[in-house]
Design a protein around this ligand. Structure first.
Ligand SMILES: [Fe+2]
Length: 117
């Protein structure tokens, strides 16, 4: 639950400077690091796995992961607007929910990526 712990840590404080840093960090993570991570998987890793012809299970898992990515992109757009607003229970709940879904997504990828070896 590393993502959830980071979200809770970032938005736990109420001091304006901490909140400003937490907002910038969360936005950077969502809009830069995470989207770049998705793009790298979509453009390089998934095609390499499909080219390796590893079977129907791998094809289905990649389709599932791509579906997750599309949903995450929509959620990131919503979160970005929430992050710009007041820090409170709604933002923390949204970020925690996103983090839990992202953690589950990462677990699915961890099961898939050993097939590259
Ligand atoms: Fe992914």
């Amino acid at each position: 639950m590393e993502y959830v712990e980071n979200v809770n840590r970032l938005f736990a404080g109420g001091a304006p400077d901490v909140t400003k840093k937490a907002r910038a960090s969360a936005r950077r993570f969502l809009n830069e690091q995470l989207l770049a991570h998705f793009a790298g998987e979509e453009q390089h890793i998934f095609p390499a796995l499909l080219d390796a012809d590893l079977g129907k299970k791998v094809v289905q898992r990649i389709a599932d992961l791509r579906k997750d990515h599309k949903q995450f992109v929509k959620q990131i757009n919503k979160l970005d607007k929430l992050i710009a607003g007041p820090v409170g229970p709604a933002l923390r709940k949204a970020l925690t929910g996103f983090s839990v879904r992202l953690q589950k997504h990462a677990a699915k990828e961890n099961e898939l990526f050993p097939s590259l070896i």
